[in-house]
Design a protein around this ligand. Structure first.
Ligand code: PMP
Length: 387
C-alpha cells in the first residue's frame, strides 16, 4: 500500500475485509440464498419484449412510480405507509445509517475520550447501531463505513433465540439510534419470538428495522404491524424471492421517516432495466410464488434428510429454518474439511466456522433444486463415511 493510500484511507476502513464473494464458476451454487430456478422460456420472451420499451438514453423515473405501485399491490403494503427503494436492501441499510450518523458528534466523543474526560455513559455518547450476533454482516460493516458504533447482542448459544434481557439492557446502556432485527435471522435461519420483538420495539429509544429478507419462506411478518409503533420500519428485498440479479430492496414505514431517509438516496438509484424487470416480474408473481413454495417444501425435505443422514450420531446437526437455507453444525473441527470436500465434489456452500464464536463448526447450506439437494446429500454421505 502506498504511503498516500495508507494516510488518506480511514484506519477503520483499512482494518476491514472487503465483502467476500467466492468464485462459483462450474460449481453448484448453494452459498448465497438465491432462488435456483430460472423463469420459463415463454415468460423470458415476454420479459425481453417488455425491456424493448426501456429508454436507455434517458434517466429512469426517479421515484420508480410503476414499480412502487406494483410492489405496494403485490406485498399488501398498508396504503398510508411510505415506501423507499434501494439498490438491494444493502443500500437501504446504508441510507438509514447515513441519515442518522453524525460524524461531528463522533469526533467530539473521541476527543473527549482522548482527553480523559469523564463521559456520561459507557458508550461515550457515540451514535450506535445495534443488532444481534451472529447476524447479517452488512449491519456491522455499514456502521463502520459511516462512523457508527456497532453493538451486537449475543443470541442464546443453545438455539440462537433472542435474549430479551440482554437486549433490553443493551438498549438502555447504548441508546442505539438504529436497531436491526433480521426476521428470520441470517445465518441462523430461525425466527425470533414476535412478542420479544414487540418488547424491543417498545423499549427502543431509536428506530427499529425488522429486516424481512427471508419473508417469502415464512408466514410471519411485521408488515401488517406498521403504524402500531412510531419507530418501526420493515425492510424487504426481492433478492431471495428469485430476483437477486436485479438488486432491489424496499423499506416501508411511516411517511415522515421515509421522507427524511429519502434525502440521502442517490438520484436514480434504481436503474431503468431493474425498474422495468421488477415491475414485470411482480405482475407475474405467481411464477415466483410457485418457485418459493417448492423451495419451502424442499427446505423441509432437506432438513429431514440431513438429520437422517446423521442418524443421531452427532456428525451433522441441522438447525430449524424459516428461511431458504439451513445452518448445520459438524463435529468439532470438521467444518473446514466438509466444506473443502464438497467444493472438490462441485458444490459450493458457506463456511461460517470462525466467523463468530457461536458459529464454531457451522456451515450454511442454501436450498437448491431437488437435483442439487440430492447431489449435496450424496456428497455429504460420502464425506461423512470417509471420516
Ligand atoms: N438482509 C439480510 C438478513 C440478508 O441476509 C441479506 C442478504 N444476504 C440482505 C439483507 C441483503 O439483501 P439484498 O440482496 O437486497 O441487498
Amino acid at each position: 500500500m502506498s504511503h498516500l493510500v495508507e494516510t488518506l484511507i480511514r484506519p477503520e476502513i483499512q482494518a476491514l475485509k472487503a465483502y467476500d464473494v467466492p468464485d462459483a464458476t462450474g460449481l453448484i451454487k448453494l452459498d448465497a440464498m438465491e432462488n435456483p430456478y430460472r423463469w420459463p422460456e415463454a415468460l423470458r420472451d415476454d420479459w425481453l419484449a417488455a425491456l424493448r420499451e426501456a429508454e436507455l438514453n434517458r434517466y429512469p423515473d426517479p421515484q420508480a412510480r410503476d414499480l412502487q405501485a406494483a410492489l405496494r399491490e403485490a406485498m399488501a403494503i398498508p396504503p398510508d405507509m411510505g415506501v423507499l427503494l434501494g439498490n438491494g436492501s444493502d443500500e437501504l441499510i446504508q441510507m438509514l445509517a447515513l441519515a442518522v450518523a453524525a460524524p461531528g458528534e463522533q469526533t467530539r466523543a473521541d476527543a473527549a475520550e482522548a482527553g480523559g474526560e469523564a463521559l456520561t455513559n459507557a458508550t461515550s455518547g457515540r451514535p450506535t447501531l445495534l443488532s444481534l450476533d451472529p447476524g447479517f454482516v452488512m449491519y456491522r460493516m455499514i456502521a463502520r463505513f459511516v462512523g457508527l458504533e456497532y453493538v451486537g447482542v449475543a443470541l442464546s448459544a443453545a438455539d440462537f433465540a433472542l435474549d430479551l434481557d440482554a437486549t433490553l439492557a443493551a438498549l438502555e446502556h447504548h441508546r442505539p439510534l438504529l436497531t436491526f432485527i433480521a426476521y428470520p435471522n441470517n445465518p441462523t435461519g430461525n425466527l425470533f419470538d414476535p412478542a420479544v420483538i414487540e418488547r424491543i420495539i417498545a423499549a427502543s429509544p431509536g428506530l427499529v428495522i425488522v429486516d424481512e429478507a427471508y419473508a417469502p419462506f415464512t408466514d410471519a411478518s411485521f408488515l401488517p404491524r406498521l403504524g402500531d409503533w412510531p419507530n418501526l420500519l420493515v425492510m424487504r428485498t426481492v433478492s431471495k424471492m428469485g430476483l437477486a440479479g436485479l438488486r432491489l430492496g424496499y423499506l416501508a414505514g411511516p411517511a415522515d421517516w421515509i421522507e427524511q431517509i429519502d434525502k440521502v438516496r442517490l438520484p436514480y438509484n434504481i436503474n431503468c432495466l431493474s425498474q422495468a424487470s421488477a415491475t414485470f416480474a411482480l405482475r407475474h408473481r405467481d411464477v415466483l410464488d410457485a418457485q418459493t413454495e417448492t423451495i419451502r417444501s424442499e427446505r423441509d425435505r432437506l432438513a429431514s434428510a440431513l438429520a437422517e443422514l446423521d442418524g443421531g450420531q452427532g456428525r451433522l446437526e441441522p438447525f430449524p429454518s424459516d428461511a431458504n437455507f439451513i445452518l448445520v453444525r459438524t463435529r468439532p473441527g470438521r467444518a473446514g474439511a466438509l466444506f473443502t470436500g464438497l467444493r472438490e465434489r462441485g458444490l459450493l456452500i458457506k463456511h461460517l466456522d470462525g466467523s463468530h464464536p457461536l458459529l464454531a463448526d457451522c456451515l450454511r447450506i442454501t436450498v437448491g433444486t431437488p437435483d442439487e439437494n440430492a447431489a449435496l446429500l450424496a456428497a455429504l454421505a460420502a464425506l461423512l463415511d470417509d471420516h
